[in-house]
Write a protein that binds this ligand. Structure first.
Ligand SMILES: Nc1ncnc2c1ncn2[C@@H]1O[C@H](COP(=O)(O)OP(=O)(O)OP(=O)(O)O)[C@@H](O)[C@H]1O
Length: 614
């Protein structure tokens, strides 16, 4: 399955419906040259080993020619000479074997380590890109870049470079040896080269088409299976098994047909080459045989010639087959390098203010802030907001009012279009991002949990935070008992995205993070949405505990979460339309009062429903 998914990811680039990117060979070489330079010794070793391996292999027919002409046909009973030739033949075979092995190993080593460093650099680079980039680019395509594009670079080294260099040199050496043996016969054989080239070019485009068709159909099949597995409960509930089986059969059959077509194309291509090869051999036997009979050519030369002609076709065949890999690897390299070329829109200034986290009080100022996503209309308009250190501010408003956008500006996920955001009088654009994200802590509606233990998830793999600190933090917010009930307590491994935990438990872990990382400013973005009233109470208590000594901004749909806040802001269409305490806002009888009445209505309805259901 993993292989299939890998293939599926690999084949996103081969999707016929996707716009085909044109490979740029020169820029590809330039892109890789720095990495090749780093491994120049290994590549030099590879070149030397290849030269030795090819020479040792190609000298073997020449040795047989010597044995035939100088030892067997010369009329001398030179057993010693014959034995020596056989010995050298064996030694050459061994040499060729050893150096082919070394050549492969060296190239693999260099290729793998280049790909590993490109992958590392790519992952680190993506991690530095701004949120605006992730808004534009779907995560699926980024996964493809990190996994399958880098895998295509791997194939570039292990197949394309190997084939172009080894097979290209083999062709060259064979030609040199053939010319050396008999220039006239070689020239006759070269008549076949344009025919070979014509066939190879014609097959190349046909093979590419069938190859892509098979990959696309496989990718559709794997996507279908993946979709089915994730929605299995719905399929079973709606009894969709038969329909799904039918759709699967359709895709499976179409993949089967594409595969058969691909195999057939390969077979036809290989057989055509074989026929050409045999024609060439027959041609040489005819011309060379006549020359041998006419005593113009030695028999050993004819033997060597036939062997070289036989060997001549194999490298051409291999190089032709590498064409698809070369193209997709070049496109992959161009794509990876185009990501490297993207500069983060939000970046640290060359000169940032040195920042001492301990000295931060937590005062926040939004001064005349206007903000728009990309070229869109402003979603925050000339907003002024001043929050004192330690204040607990609730933010409410209708959907799309700009609450989360406001928070994103404070975390500097985006830069303001106009105005400024200050923390303790420092513009957030002047604070190194590393420091900023330790000053501002964010708890979201769906807290992200990593694959790892509870301990890892609370301290985010930071070895500087001790086990005791984590335990203390969890107990402080009231999560100690829940974690204690888990299979291995703090060492319980959480599955992907914490799917083994309830929403409330996940949220408690993210609160414990806040305690251990001690940010001076705490932001809760809908952190209590989707929780039942018991868990909400637990989270509310945790919030009251973590808010002490911190400036806290709480975005909430449920007004009960922020009713006790020092100040409540009401946002609408990117502006603050009301602010004050809960009571002050009710007295104004404006937006907030209406929201409150609505929420009371929902609350009453929910209470009624629960009574009726009892
Ligand atoms: N990444 C984004 N790219 C483009 N537009 C966005 C993006 N995020 C939000 N918006 C738009 O910005 C406006 C404000 O959205 P925002 O998420 O800040 O509102 P909100 O008050 O938090 O809403 P909700 O309560 O539904 O979460 C909306 O019109 C939304 O469509």
């Amino acid at each position: 399955m993993a292989q299939a998914i890998n293939n599926w990811q690999m084949d996103q680039k081969a999707d016929l419906s996707a716009p085909q990117v044109k490979p740029k060979y020169i820029s590809t070489f330039k892109a890789l040259s720095g990495y090749i330079q780093e491994h120049r010794l290994t590549f030099a070793g590879f070149i030397v080993c290849t030269l030795i391996a090819i020479t040792a292999e190609l000298l073997q027919p020449y040795l047989v020619k010597i044995a035939i002409d100088d030892n067997l046909m010369s009329g001398r009973n030179d057993y010693k000479g014959l034995l020596l030739v056989c010995g050298i033949y064996m030694a050459l075979s061994l040499l060729s074997l050893i150096f082919s092995y070394l050549q492969n190993n060296l190239l693999q080593k260099a290729g793998q380590s280049i790909v590993a460093s490109i992958r590392k650099r790519l992952f680190a680079h993506i991690g530095k890109l701004s949120m605006s980039y992730f808004d534009r680019v779907p995560s699926g395509s980024l996964i493809t870049h990190v996994s399958s594009d880098t895998e295509a670079i791997n194939q570039f080294f292990n197949q394309v470079v190997l084939s172009l260099f080894r097979d290209g040199l083999t062709l060259l050496f064979i030609l040199v040896l053939m010319f050396q043996l008999d220039p006239q016969l070689t020239l006759y054989c070269l008549i076949l080269v344009p025919i070979i080239a014509g066939i190879a070019i014609a097959f190349r485009s046909f093979m590419r088409e069938t190859y892509q068709m098979a990959r696309t159909r496989l990718s559709r099949l794997v996507a279908f299976v993946a979709e089915n597995l994730s929605g299995m409960n719905l399929i079973q509930v709606f009894h969709q098994q038969e329909e799904q089986k039918r759709q699967f059969r359709e895709r499976n059959d179409s993949y089967f047909r594409a595969n058969v077509r691909e195999i057939r194309t390969n077979v036809v291509f290989n057989r055509t080459f074989e026929i050409l090869n045999n024609i060439a051999i027959a041609f040489v036997v005819w011309l060379g045989g006549r020359a041998v009979l006419g005593q113009e050519l030695e028999f050993g030369v004819l033997y060597a010639f036939i062997t070289y002609i036989r060997m001549f076709f194999q490298p051409i065949n291999t190089i032709t087959q590498q064409w698809n890999t070369l193209q997709s690897a070049t496109v992959a390299i161009n794509r990876v390098w185009s990501i490297f070329a993207i500069k983060p829109e939000v970046d640290d200034k060359a000169e940032t203010v040195p920042f001492k986290r301990e000295e931060i009080k937590g005062k926040i100022d939004f001064n005349g802030v206007t903000f728009a996503y990309g070229d869109g209309a402003p979603v925050i308009k000339g907003l002024d907001l001043h929050v004192s250190a330690g204040e607990l501010v609730g933010i409410v408003g209708t959907t799309g009012a700009g609450k989360s956008s406001l928070i994103s500006l404070l975390c500097r996920f985006y830069d303001v279009s106009a105005g400024s955001v200050l923390i303790d009088g420092h513009d957030v654009r002047e604070i190194p991002q590393r420091d900023l994200h330790r000053i501002v802590g964010l708890v979201q509606q769906e807290p992200y949990l990593y694959s790892g233990t509870v301990l890892d998830n609370v301290r985010l793999f930071d070895p500087g935070i001790s086990r005791e600190e984590v335990i203390k933090a969890c107990e402080f917010i009231g999560a100690g008992e829940i974690i204690g009930r888990m299979k291995d307590g703090y060492d319980t491994r959480l599955s992907e995205r914490g799917s083994g935990l309830s929403a409330g438990e996940r949220q408690l872990i993210s609160f414990a993070r806040i305690i251990v990382f001690k940010p001076k400013i705490l932001i809760l973005d809908e952190a209590t949405a989707n929780l039942d009233s018991h868990t909400e109470q637990l989270i509310q208590n945790a919030l009251n505990l973590v808010a002490v000594g911190r400036t806290t901004l709480v975005i909430a749909h449920r007004l009960s979460t922020i009713m006790g806040a020092d100040r409540i802001l009401v946002m609408s269409k990117g502006e603050i339309v009301e602010q004050g305490t809960h009571q002050e806002l009710l007295d104004v009888a404006g937006y907030y009062e209406e929201l409150y009445r609505h929420s009371q209505g929902e609350h009453d309805a929910a209470a009624k429903e629960s009574v009726q259901s009892r």
